[in-house]
Design a protein around this ligand. Structure first.
Ligand code: GCB
Length: 622
């Protein structure tokens, strides 16, 4: 749906056009299954055959007409055609089964040297055996495909999706073959375009392909589609939420919520829309926190369907310049990170990769991580729940988005909604971020405040933030007065004194901060590059000593901010970034990591670790 607020800003004629264009999507995906990986699933991970197709030969004919829009709908690579045994002369210029294979999940760039910089289309195919059972429904689910995907099952199109970091799901119940022999074909295209989210310019690698898990989930005909089980806003003694059924028999059904360990069991009836909302006294729950990440086994059941989850309960709110977790003031000892395993280097592929990143953060003394700059894997949020790390989760509204384009807004809002849907039952997630370092201006303010409103309407129990920019005056004052700050719960900004401005590390402590808002300050970024193993003095750029001195001065400078309640320096580990072209020090990597791309800790790591030790003592008394 086109965002109503944005529609209202347009002249009437344009409104109609926009509504016509975006009001109905030809390939609407089914509403995402909550906790899809926790259902009964058939994994489609593993080896998929692929064809590199820079000319989109498998999608368009020689007149550039899309095969899947033609009358027959035939002719594209999604047909997975084979020469028939009776017609040996038949011309078919592709063959998935004789093409190379790659591991899914996994970006293509790190799996084939000739694809390191590739931007364009790759086709994937996987065959699988699944005989549909009567009375069951089947959903094919992709954790993420970067960026635009067209997905076909047994030669028929399921849909098109844009956005490289959120799940994609289609109901395939009626399209599975009765014999059980099925094949799925995916066209993935990571071409950067100005009107997309993110846009053409980012400081991370444009990893393409099917980067997260793929499976088919099986449910009964009437099933639990969505649920939220959390504490109510500002009411720590009340469990509030809903259970949403889908399918024909969804109305007037019994649904049971059971948290055996807490002695909570409630049965309720769904309304005509299949929804049951609840508000249950729950005074004796043990609260989740980083020190004690208590999770309860929660089970939901209705008719033939049942879902299990592990859920933690906590409150998060701000009061003046304090952040209160379960009513107690906290300091957020954080670190930023990308969804990348630097040791591959490539996108994190599985739980092992993700656990390694979060273990590094824990060793650093963190109680908090900023999952920049786009939605990370659902498994990451579950691990953060389990390991006791607070999370800032973000959408790729990064730098220079096409602020006045309604379709761009719609896309950003869809990504935000999917992120919130995916993370809404995770106690670890305390911040939804609507964007990073977006340049000042009226259209941008309208766009961003609409996203803030959307986030609040979807989830009023968490904090809303964005990484703001700042400006300086000649009197060495750093001003944070971006109007967007008014609409947010935290004041967060990216600040690169000692690297992009402000002179050497030793010189930056002269700066003071003038912050317009009486809100907690959680600095979203600072940092500088260091090539691990390269040594010099504190004024030698790229050396570990320079980065070390920069962290020392930054901590000193930021500590003068009265409302400072946390930070997420940039960044946990070196990561691939095409923009970073110095042949010796960068070589295609952003080297602001505290840990190198071979896993060694740089000197600055220990500066931050010591600071976090002191802050733990100050706030937690240990
Ligand atoms: C930033 C961006 C981040 C970059 C970083 C840098 O402000 O938010 O994506 O990687 O600076 O290294 O310049």
């Amino acid at each position: 749906m086109t965002p109503p607020n944005l529609l209202k800003m347009l002249p009437p004629a344009l409104m109609v056009l926009v509504a016509l264009l975006f009001g109905s999507s030809a390939y609407a995906q089914t509403s995402l299954l909550q906790n899809a990986p926790g259902r009964s699933v058939l994994s489609l991970n593993g080896r998929w055959n692929y064809i590199i197709d820079p000319y989109e030969n498998g999608f368009y004919d020689y007149r550039r007409e899309a095969f899947d829009q033609s009358k027959s709908g035939k002719g594209g690579y999604y047909d997975n055609q084979k020469p028939s045994s009776t017609q040996e002369s038949e011309l078919i210029e592709y063959d998935f089964d004789q093409s190379a294979g790659m591991q899914i999940p996994g970006d293509w760039n790190s799996q084939d040297p000739k694809l390191l910089y590739y931007e364009g289309t790759i086709w994937y195919k996987k065959s699988f055996n699944l005989k549909p059972q009567a009375g069951k429904r089947y959903f094919i689910y992709f954790g993420a495909i970067n960026y635009e995907s067209h997905i076909y099952l047994n030669g028929k199109k399921l849909g098109m999706h844009k956005g490289g970091f959120t799940p994609i799901q289609y109901d395939i119940t009626s399209q599975l073959s009765a014999t059980g022999d099925n094949f799925v074909v995916v066209k993935a295209d990571n071409t950067r375009r100005p009107e997309e989210v993110p846009t053409i310019n980012t400081d991370w690698w444009n990893y393409g392909g099917i980067t997260r898990d793929v499976f088919v989930a099986e449910t009964p005909a009437t099933f639990i589609n969505d649920y939220k089980v959390q504490l109510a806003k500002d009411a720590p003694g009340t469990l509030a939420g809903f259970v949403q059924l889908s399918g024909e028999g969804k109305a007037n059904q019994s649904v049971t919520l059971n948290i055996a360990e807490a002695g909570i069991k409630q049965t309720m009836k769904t309304d005509a829309e299949g929804r049951a909302t609840f508000s249950i006294p729950a005074k004796k729950l043990k609260m989740w926190s980083p020190q004690s990440p208590k999770l309860y086994a929660v089970s939901l059941s209705s008719g033939g369907d049942a879902v299990q989850d592990k859920i933690g309960f906590r409150t998060i709110q701000t009061k003046g310049q304090d952040i209160l977790l379960n009513g107690k003031s906290i300091y957020m000892r954080g670190i930023s990170m990308h969804d990348e395993n630097p040791l591959i280097p490539g996108r994190a592929r599985n739980e092992g990769d993700l656990r390694m990143l979060l273990t590094w953060a824990k060793e650093l003394g963190c109680n908090y991580v900023r999952l920049a700059h786009y939605p990370h894997n659902e498994t990451m949020l579950k691990l953060a729940d389990e390991m006791g790390l607070l999370v800032w989760a973000e959408v790729p509204v990064y730098w220079t988005i096409a602020w006045t384009n309604p379709a761009t807004y719609q896309n950003a809002e869809a990504q935000l909604s999917d992120l919130i849907s995916m993370g809404k039952n995770r106690a670890s997630v305390v911040v939804w971020s609507v964007g990073n370092e977006t340049p000042l201006g009226d259209p941008r303010l309208a766009f961003m405040t609409n996203l803030v409103k959307k986030a609040r309407s979807l989830d009023d129990t968490r904090l809303i933030a964005a990484a703001l920019e700042l400006h300086r005056t000649p009197d060495n004052v750093v001003h944070v007065d971006d109007q967007l700050g008014e609409f947010l719960d935290l004041t967060s900004f990216n600040e690169y004194a000692g690297w992009y401005w402000g002179g050497k590390p030793s010189e930056i402590t002269k700066y003071t901060f003038d912050i317009k808002y009486n809100k907690p300050v959680v600095v979203s970024e600072f940092g500088g590059d260091a090539l691990a193993g390269y040594h010099g003095d504190a004024e030698t750029r790229w050396s570990e000593e320079y980065q070390e001195a920069l962290y020392q001065s930054q901590i000193k400078m930021l500590s003068t901010i009265k409302g400072l309640r946390g930070m997420t320096p940039w960044i946990l580990a070196d990561f691939r970034a095409t923009r970073r072209q110095h042949p010796v020090y960068q070589n295609g990597f952003n080297r602001k990591g505290l840990i190198s791309s071979t896993g060694t800790k740089k000197k600055a790591y220990y500066v931050l670790q010591e600071y976090y030790r002191q802050m733990t003592q100050k706030y937690d008394g240990k």
